[in-house]
Every structure is written in structure tokens, then in C-alpha cells.
Write a protein that binds this ligand. Sequence first.
Ligand code: C2R
Length: 187
Amino acid sequence: MTKVSIIMGSKSDMPVAEKAMAILKKFGIPFDIAVASAHRTPHRVEELVMGSDSDVFIAIAGLSAALPGVVASFTVKPVIGVPVSGAVNMDALLSVVQMPPGIPVAAVGLDRGDNAAVLAAEIIAVTDASVAAKLKDYRKEQADKVIADSEKVVADAGCRGVHRGYDRGAQAEDHREGHHSLLRRGG
Ligand code: C2R
């Protein structure tokens, strides 16, 4: 059973769709993909959305990006819109963000097919523990990379890092003690 449907306004949006597909594959989430345009093939968009059993839609479009909003008009399932960058950028961004009340589209950043897929995975993870576990692993992967990058930067610079072993537990204790002394003083 397909979980996510990716619809893009043109084959030229494929590089953005590829980012979404890579993430969905990483999480083992089944998806389908199609090109359909609200402007050029409105009936095809309706057929695709109405005929889909997916839980989440990712709609990718540039320029005057009507597609995500039109997909949302045909379903009450969550729709994530990905604005595609171009000569102007604000055209697609605002078309996705500025939906009228009652027909929301979740907007991610310009060309952020990857974030659209992560958000889709988060929606699916509400009822799927295995996807939730993969999302947690993914967060850890990212945190580990930041630490590894920092260590490399420090090593390459040949100086000390800024991390001085700050003790969050001790700071929380200090804060609580301060709060209690305020209470004792009636503050
Ligand atoms: P072409 O490269 O095919 O000329 O398309 C597409 O998403 C693409 O980014 C140029 C751009 O037009 C966008 N497009 C839309 C829609 N259909 C195509 N925004 C739509 O229905 O919203």
C-alpha cells in the first residue's frame, strides 16, 4: 500500500522530487510519483488525488504554484507543498504559503523536497512506531554529524574548541535553588 504520493507540476521539478524520494526510501516508506499540472492538466490532478490511497501528498511546483492548493482541494489528507526556486522565488513560495482559510497546505522551504519527506514521515510516524524509530535514528545521525564536524573544524584550526564541559544538570540545580530562595524570600 502506498503511503505518500508525490506529484510534481513538471518533469523539470525532478531534482526536488529526487530529494524527497531519497528520504522516503531511507525510511522504507512506500510512495508513488507522477507529473500533473493544475494549470495544464487539471482533470488529471483531480483523478490522481481522488484515486489515491496515500496518507500524505507531497506537491512540488514552481512559478505560480497552484498545484499544492489544488491537490488540497480534492482531499482532507495532509498536503505538503514544496515551492521550486526560479528567477523570482517568492511567486512559488507565497503561492504555497498563502492558502485561503480552510484549505491549508503545509509549506516547506524552496526546493526542500527532503524536508517534505521528513514531515510526511513524521505524520506517518504518529501511527507507525517503526517509522518513528527511524526518525529518531535520523535525528541522532544529524547530531553526531554536527559533533564530528565541530571536532574536525577544531582539529583543522589547531586551537581549542569553545565547548568547556558545561553541566546542564548543575545549571538546572542552580536555577531551582535560585527559584526556591526567591520563594523563601516571598519573591
Ligand atoms: P516547465 O519546466 O514544464 O515549463 O514548468 C512546474 O512545477 C515548473 O516548476 C515550469 C514550472 O511550472 C510549474 N507548474 C506549476 C503548475 N504546473 C506547472 N506551478 C501548477 O499547476 O501549479
